[in-house]
Write a protein that binds this ligand. Structure first.
Ligand SMILES: NC(=O)c1ccc[n+]([C@@H]2O[C@H](COP(=O)([O-])OP(=O)(O)OC[C@H]3O[C@@H](n4cnc5c(N)ncnc54)[C@H](O)[C@@H]3O)[C@@H](O)[C@H]2O)c1
Ligand SMILES: [Zn+2]
Length: 358
């Protein structure tokens, strides 16, 4: 088991990474009070809730299983969990465990940050995306009918337990989608890692245990590095949005149906790489390495035909990262080095989309 420490202004947060590491001993060392609330969804609950409960014999454990899906990351489910906590007389010593993917992590993080002005929180992420991205960094959120993640807080967990064993039951498509964020760390921070991913594509697809551990550990470290430098997303943390401007626009244009986040981000990363070739002299070799890694890991690279360019442009201008009336594009100078470009005009973006579709 590896321990990575996320150092924030107020705390040191341990992030444990390993295979089959969730254990009684770990819980009894980490949890201080008597009450524990596990929040999960019905899919993950069916697979893992009893197993986790068995590892908590010396605590008073309650659990809630919410419905599975992004649409349940909302205010009414948030209230339902708060009601449950109040009815059960939980006090400030309760420890809340978020067991699930990013939806559970975001929602439960927000619950923990607000119940009695903040209680202890342990993330046990069970998707690849949650293990390499959403469980690290302390961003919590629920959705509003007007947009995703509009309500939330920055709230760091007390620890994160990343156990790659959970990935065994993850649907193939979800796994592949999570790989887009893994590739992103290579592209924006770590050229060597990107080459390694490209050279080990088959072993990654086959989920070889040692390979999974390596990709999760390196990705978690990269995320920790960025968050350490910029806890509240003022500058370098924005580089994590590489590929997300077009990616979010694709997701929104498809009304968040029939495309997973990582799939949309994969397309967005290749588009941002192409803009980088034009605007920042990204070399063709670097562009080719990015494209080939996405393709080898079975991620999409073309905008779905049913979305119009007009629709994409409209959504790109609504993107949250658009500050001061300008599109803020994260581009690359070379693999591992990002820059923010605020001068790209919408007309140009549209022209490039035409080329990009081929
Ligand atoms: N807070 C952040 O910094 C941050 C960063 C990125 C994304 N997010 C958020 O994360 C969410 C997406 O997270 P996600 O991709 O993990 O989706 P998700 O939580 O919906 O999980 C995807 C699917 O996998 C299932 N699942 C989870 N673990 C499983 C397992 N081990 N075995 C079998 N099935 C399993 C879930 O039930 C679900 O159906 C979005 O709401 C997004 O906004 C947050
Ligand atoms: Zn993302």
């Amino acid at each position: 088991m590896k321990k990575i420490t996320l150092k924030t202004k107020n705390n040191n947060i341990p992030i444990f990474v390993g295979n089959k590491i969730v254990s009684k001993k770990m819980f009894s060392t980490l949890i201080k009070g008597k009450d524990v609330l596990i929040v999960t969804n019905k899919t993950v609950g069916k697979l893992y809730l009893n197993k986790i409960k068995k590892l908590l014999p010396s605590f008073t454990v309650k659990s809630i299983q919410i419905s599975d899906g992004e649409k349940y990351k909302n205010i009414s489910v948030f209230s339902k969990i708060q009601d449950f906590m109040i009815k059960n007389n939980f006090d400030r010593d309760v420890t809340v465990i978020a067991l699930g993917g990013g939806v559970i992590g975001d929602l439960v993080g927000f619950v923990a940050s607000t119940f009695m002005r903040g209680v202890k929180l342990i993330h046990i992420p069970t998707t690849l995306l949650a293990q390499v991205d959403s469980s690290i960094g302390g961003k919590t959120a629920i959705n509003h009918p007007n947009g995703k993640n509009l309500i939330g807080s920055f709230y760091q967990p007390n620890c994160v337990i990343i156990d790659t064993e959970f990935l065994k039951t993850l649907p193939e498509k979800e796994f592949t989608s999570g790989l887009a964020e893994v590739i992103k760390y290579g592209v924006i921070k770590n050229h060597k890692f990107l080459r390694w991913l490209n050279n080990h594509a088959n072993e990654i697809i086959n989920k070889k245990k040692s390979i999974l551990l390596k990709i999760v550990e390196i990705s978690a470290k990269e995320k920790v590095n960025v968050v350490t430098k910029d806890e509240h997303e003022s500058d370098v943390r924005a580089f994590l949005n590489f590929g997300h401007t077009l990616g979010h626009a694709i997701e929104a244009s498809m009304k968040y149906k029939n495309i997973l986040h990582g799939e949309a981000i994969s397309i967005g990363m290749l588009y941002a790489s192409m803009l980088s070739v034009e605007k920042n002299n990204l070399s063709i070799e670097d562009f080719n390495l990015i494209e080939s890694t996405l393709k080898k890991l079975k991620l999409p690279t073309k905008v779905p035909t049913k979305i119009t360019n007009k629709n994409l442009i409209k959504h790109m201008s609504f993107d949250k990262k658009k500050k001061g009336g300008k599109n803020r594009f994260v581009l690359l100078e070379r693999i591992g080095f990002c820059v923010i470009n605020t001068t790209i005009k919408e007309k140009y973006l549209e022209e490039m989309l035409k080329v990009f579709r081929g």
